[in-house]
Design a protein around this ligand. Sequence first.
Ligand code: SF4
Ligand code: SF4
Length: 68
Amino acid sequence: MLSKRLAEVDRTRCVACGACVQECPKGAVRIMNGCFARIQKEICVGCGKCAKICPAGCIDVKDREGRR
Ligand code: SF4
Ligand code: SF4
């Protein structure tokens, strides 16, 4: 079952440092083309660890409801 919460990256502010990739306990984050982080929605459990560690503050954890 999918979690209630889901992390989202603001790609325009991501500096592709990879900290969120290291931090995610689920391995849900990938760096795309060395440019920005992408969160795999099916894997993310919304724990917020990535958001906490992100130096750019560009990850938000939001309710999954109403999103695809
Ligand atoms: S909220 Fe948690 S599970 Fe989802 S991408 Fe961030 S660290 Fe990974
Ligand atoms: S920690 Fe933040 S700035 Fe670094 S790759 Fe992840 S989303 Fe981008």
